[in-house]
Structure formats: C-alpha cells, structure tokens
Design a protein around this ligand. Structure first.
Ligand SMILES: Cc1cc2nc3c(=O)[nH]c(=O)nc-3n(C[C@H](O)[C@H](O)[C@H](O)COP(=O)(O)O)c2cc1C
Length: 512
C-alpha cells in the first residue's frame, strides 16, 4: 500500500484475534471480496514456541520466568506464573537446603497439578549443597529443575535425571525427572543433549543412587530434553549475543536429535535480552521453543527483591549494567552482570577481584590498602570479617573452613566473598545503610522494558505483576507479528509499529 497509513488497518492489526481481509488501497474488506490483496490471520500468543513443550509441562504459554538466586524468584512469583499458565522457576540457589525444602513443600501444596521448576545450580565450591538439594527434589517429587552454571555433568545431575526411569507397556521410555539446562556454550550443550555419561551412570549405581533398571535405560534419553541458550543476561552470563548464539544452538539440537534418534526432538529455548515484544517475536521467528525472562521479573511486585532495589531497577536504562565478579565462583574468575545505576557495588567488587589476583594472602596486602578496604568497603576490621566467616563455615561446611585454615589464598577468597554475598542480601533486604553496596543482578533487558513502558502505568514498579509483564510481552509480540506480515505483503506505507504501547491490565486481560 502506498500513501498515508490506513488508520483502520493499524487499529485492526492491534487485535491479534481477528482475521483481516485487505482490499487495494489498504481498505478492510471481507472474505467475499473479489479484489483482496492480502489476508492477515489471527495470531495467538498461546501458539508461540513449541506445542510439545507446552504439552509436556501442561502450560498455556511457552514462557518461563527463570530462577533468580536467593528466592528472588519467590514462591509467590512461581505461583503467580503457574496460575496464568506460564512456567515459574523457584530461585533455590544461594539458599540453605532447609529453606529450599520449605519452599518446595509450599509450592507442592499450593500448586497441586500445576507445573513449576526449581533451580539446581552447579556448586563446585560446595558440592554437598548440590547433593542435598537433589535429595530434596527427589524426596518431594519435583519433576523439573533448571540446571545452571554447570561446566560438566555431575553425578548428582545424573542421579536426578535417571530417578524413576521406566519403560511403559508400549515400550516407550518414561523419564519423570526433566532437566532444563541453561548454557551459553556449544560444548556444554553437546553434553546435555547426549545421554548421561556411562561412567557417571556406573558411579551412581555404585553409590546406590539408582537402580539397575534405571542404569540400563540411561543410554536412551538425553540429559536434557530442553536447553535454554542463555545470551547476554542478568546474573551469571557469558555476554553472548542472542543473534549468534540461538541459531547455533538450534542447529546443534537438530544434529543431536538425528544423531541419537531420540523419540522426541530436542528443544532450545532462549534467555537473555527478552524485555520487549520485539525481542520475543525475534526469538519466536528464529524458531525457539520457549522464552525465558529474568531481569524484567525481578522488578515485579512478586519478586523477593526489596522495594528500594526494585525502584532502582525500574529506572535503569540498557547502559546501566556492569560486569562484576560472581560470589559463588569468585576464585574461578566467573562474572555476573549487575546494575550499576544507584550503587557502587560493581567497582568495589572488581577492586576485590583485582586484589585477589595480586596477593596470595590477607597478610600480604599493604596496610594502607587494608585500611581503605576496612573503611570504604567492609566497614569492619578484616580480622572481624574472618571471625564471622569462620563461625559461618563452622556451621555450614566445616570442610571448607579446614581448607581455608590451611590455605591463606582460600582464606583471602572467603573474606572477600563475605562482601559479595552480603551485598546481594543487603539489596534483597533493602538495608538502607548499605544502599551504595547493593548488588542487584540484572541484564540490559530491564532497560529495554523500562524504555518501552516509560510514561505508562507500568513505569511504576508497584504496578508490575509478573503475569501481566509476560502477557504484555506475548500479546505485543503477536501484534508485531501481524505488522510484520502486513509489511511483508506490502500493505503498510510506513515502518512504524503504531499502537504498541503496553495495554493496561484490564484491557490486557481480554487478550491473555
Ligand atoms: C537477579 C537474577 C538472579 C538470577 N539467578 C539465577 C539463578 O540462580 N539460576 C539461574 O539458572 N538463573 C539465574 N538468573 C538468570 C535468569 O533465570 C534468566 O535466565 C535470565 O535473567 C534471562 O535473561 P534476562 O536477565 O535478560 O531476562 C538470574 C537472573 C537475575 C536477573
């Protein structure tokens, strides 16, 4: 269509439920019209992503609120997602096993038959956590975990995946425990798309963790049927660009589905950067099976993050993010992405990482440097921090303490990790006195969301509900899809996507 955009078309495109029959000049017509130049079909957000994925987890939408550490993706958030037919992942990482168990008991009771998952984070510094949490998941019948930060397949993961593996009367394999693996690298994806390594299966058998039957069926299933390809995101991230990562992972899934002849094709979901309808549509059009968000959910009312920190997040732009060392894998040099707007956590944490690289022991750090650390970052003598750290590990994990007592470098790491760990808790609990130290994991997607909702009802974080945000993104993506179809058919005279401001909740409810 050439000329002024036809207002009727623009308005009609914004209701993704209607079929549009377009006449020459961009007029709306009817099915009987002999001169139609194009038809725009209804686009249902419920059809986005993989049908098999939605069926497997009994969902209305192939949309996942990913785990967020320390219960930031809270039981309330997971429940809110499940109530609307989305999938929520409980943020179990960083919590002690008892707190994880309490949350799981609550979710099982509150959600009944509705699906949810929970995080299983690789803990090379605390392998017992992984084992204990897997036992909790098995004991309480948690049948979906989001496995994150794994650098290799571990015995605990294999144990979880193989638990309850049986053959059905028709010969099909029934694998009740599902792993959604979150990775950013192809070499890790290859491991998750392969069957459990035979050596680890044997190991699990030797430990009495699995039965002979479970071991014998292991070679017939992939470690993970679903894999989230995590691009530049909040929290742990490799900062990989989505547009290069996702197509490679999709190709790999095809290759491994063929190679192992699994009864169901392997699926790839995408996380990292999904904060606008356009981003969701891009993920959909690339062929991803499901969509994982994190940063946008953290600013919502159901998030476990303090109100003050949520307010900061709601004001962030895309460039307000920075790299910082990860607390849980500090010694390995792992990085997380954090908010730099309104907090000095990132430069302070980077300073600690630099000192850790430079010195072998606390005692090696020059006195003036120690003084500066004690005044500006720790606000306590480092000797006091060490005493606190010792008390913590005496209870939590005496083996770690024993190692640190024998290794000055490890002692240095534990003292520095005190700050990194506390900084997240100060943000979660909204400790005002420590506002400039708040560590808020976040990716640029929150900035993109904030820019989109700027000046609307959702600019205020107290108006952000996690299911509304999911609905807005999916509904918006459906509308955008219709605009791109109309554009591809040459029915639009300009490229701007009118009418894409976020709908208020009462209007959104009629679409989602
Ligand atoms: C505050 C925060 C904490 C996170 N913690 C975890 C975690 O413990 N486990 C995990 O698998 N992913 C974690 N993630 C990643 C999210 O689950 C999700 O994959 C990611 O945020 C998606 O990218 P986005 O931030 O661009 O939306 C975290 C993300 C954020 C923002």
């Amino acid at each position: 269509m050439v000329g002024t955009p036809n207002k009727n078309i623009i308005d009609a495109l914004c209701d993704p439920r209607d079929t549009l029959y377009i006449r020459p000049g961009g007029e709306l017509g009817s099915i009987c019209d002999p001169n139609l130049v194009g038809i725009i079909p209804p686009i249902a957000p419920g059809n986005f992503g993989s049908k098999a994925f939605r069926k497997e987890f009994n969902l209305r939408y192939a949309y996942v609120a990913g785990s967020m550490v320390g219960g930031i993706s809270s039981t309330t958030m997971v429940t809110a997602m499940a109530d609307f037919g989305f999938l929520g992942m409980f943020g179990a990482s960083g919590l002690n096993p008892q707190a994880v168990e309490e949350a799981i008991v609550k979710l099982k009771k509150d959600l009944g038959h509705l699906s949810f998952g929970s995080c299983l984070i690789h803990s090379p510094m605390d392998p017992e956590w992984e084992e204990k949490v897997v036992s909790i998941y098995i004991d309480h019948g948690v049948t979906l975990v989001e496995a994150s930060a794994f650098m290799q397949i571990t015995p605990s993961l294999v144990r979880y995946r193989l638990h309850g593996l049986t053959t059905l009367p028709d010969g099909a394999i029934n694998a009740p425990n599902r792993i959604m693996a979150k990775v950013s690298r192809l070499e890790l994806a290859r491991r998750f798309f392969s069957p459990p390594p035979p050596k680890l299966v044997q190991d699990c058998l030797n430990r009495g963790w699995i039965t002979e039957q479970e071991a014998s069926l292991a070679s017939m299933i992939p470690m993970a049927q679903d894999l989230t390809a995590e691009a530049d995101s909040g929290g742990h991230t490799d900062f990989r660009p989505a547009l290069t990562l996702w197509p490679s992972m999709l190709r790999l899934a095809d290759e491994f589905s063929r190679k192992f002849q699994y009864p169901q094709s392997l699926r790839v979901g995408g996380g990292g950067g999904l904060g606008t309808p356009a981003a969701i549509l891009a993920a959909q059009d690339l062929g991803l099976s499901y969509f994982v968000t994190g940063s946008v959910n953290q600013s919502c009312v159901e998030s476990g993050l303090s109100e003050g920190a949520r307010l900061l997040l709601s004001k962030a732009s895309q460039t307000d993010m920075s790299q910082a060392p990860a607390a849980d894998m500090f010694e390995l040099g792992s990085k997380v992405q954090v908010l730099k707007y309104g907090t000095l956590f990132a430069p302070r944490a980077l300073k600690l990482a630099e000192l850790y690289r430079q010195y072998q022991a606390l005692e090696d750090i020059p006195a003036d440097e120690v003084k500066s650390l004690e005044e500006k970052i720790f606000r306590k003598p480092l000797t006091e921090i060490w005493e606190e750290t010792k008390r913590f590990f005496t209870q939590r994990d005496p083996a770690v303490l024993a190692k640190a007592l024998a290794s000055p470098k490890m002692k240095l790491a534990l003292v520095f990790r005190w700050y990194l760990g506390q900084a997240s808790r100060w943000a979660i609990n909204g400790v005002e006195d420590r506002r400039t130290d708040w560590c808020i994991f976040s990716g640029p997607s929150i900035g993109a969301f904030n820019e989109w909702v700027s000046g609307t009802y959702y600019a205020d974080p107290s108006h952000r509900k996690v299911a509304d945000v999911a609905g807005l993104l999916l509904y918006g993506a459906a509308v955008l899809k219709r605009f791109t179809l109309a554009r591809d058919l040459g029915l639009l005279s300009d490229d701007s996507y009118h009418g894409l401001s976020p709908l208020p909740p009462e209007e959104l409810a009629s679409y989602i």
